[in-house]
Design a binder for this molecule. Structure first.
Ligand code: ZN
Length: 293
């Protein structure tokens, strides 16, 4: 059965879904539009399909991204790239089945030594306490039992991805602390913080599938390093019924994903066979908070 798709009219940034009080809640924190499609899309689709209230927090607008699909690399798209990326994000959010999208509104920080990276309004340069405060407010509003975020892996050292980790961990802790951010709502301590993202097991499975099909593996250059990494994903979530969601959500990001690229050359059938799971590993543990008097 396909995942339940929700209409865009249900997206209500900064307002909780009124029916959510009796539902379990899952929050995913991502850096850019398209990260929600490439990381954890199948997992979120499954929980959404099972009736869990699913919340996406996207920290930046992805304004520093290049257009990676020649088919849509036109003057018109280039001129309104920020708007186009937001439209793509809304489509992907609908495909995955997120109930709510919260935009933190920071500018994409780009890679080090770029113009974007120098901007005062970018995510990487934002004050950590300020960002943590915003996340705390959203956690207390949405009351997630589980938060999905990034680890501190240098495998993809984009400043915005590292920042997501840097602010998510303290926000997970502060949300339940009555002394922290007292103006940001009633304390709420999520039970679990999980890291998504890089998985050696996933990369190796995809690499072998590329080789088997005789397609140039995008991992070829780094596969020896990758094969030596420790794999610490502890929890595999069965997403075989939601494989199409990840693919469709990625393709919704037309400026970022070239449908002809070798990344997209593994069919749904192959993906269902080689990686019918989403992987996560536990991050920080919840602390017991006592009010400081
Ligand atoms: Zn990203």
């Amino acid at each position: 059965m396909p995942p339940m798709l929700r209409s865009t009219t249900n997206f209500a940034p900064m307002a909780a879904n009124p029916s959510r009080s009796d539902r379990l809640s899952l929050m995913a924190i991502h850096a850019h539009p398209d990260d929600e499609a490439s990381k954890g899309a199948g997992t979120v689709a499954r929980y959404s399909h099972e009736g869990v209230h699913t919340v996406l927090v996207t920290c930046t607008g992805g304004e520093a991204g290049d257009i990676l699909n020649p088919a849509v690399d036109t003057d018109e798209v280039r001129e309104r790239l920020a708007d186009v990326r937001m439209e793509e994000l809304l489509r992907a959010v609908e495909i995955i089945g997120y109930d709510v999208l919260h935009l933190l509104g920071y500018h994409d920080s780009g890679m080090p030594d770029t113009e974007h990276n120098q901007r005062n309004d970018n995510f990487a340069n934002a004050d950590n306490d300020e960002v943590v405060g915003k996340l705390v407010e959203l956690i207390r509003l949405e009351k997630p039992q589980v938060i999905l975020t990034y680890d501190d892996s240098r495998f993809y050292p984009h400043p915005d991805h590292l920042k997501v980790h840097e602010v998510s961990v303290p926000a997970f802790d502060a949300a339940g602390d009555p002394d922290a951010y007292p103006d940001a709502g009633e304390p709420w301590q999520p039970a679990k913080l999980y890291y998504t993202g890089f998985s050696k097991r996933r990369v190796m499975a995809m690499h072998e599938a590329f080789e088997r099909l005789g397609v140039d593996s995008p991992f070829k250059e780094r596969i020896v390093d990758i094969s030596e990494l420790h794999d610490d994903f502890t929890t595999l979530i069965d997403i075989r019924d939601h494989i199409d969601v990840r693919r469709d959500a990625l393709l919704a990001h037309a400026t970022q994903i070239d449908p002809e690229s070798h990344w997209m050359s593994l069919s749904e059938e192959v993906m269902r066979e080689v990686i019918p799971w989403g992987g996560v590993r536990p991050g920080a543990q919840p602390r017991r908070h006592r009010r400081n008097r």
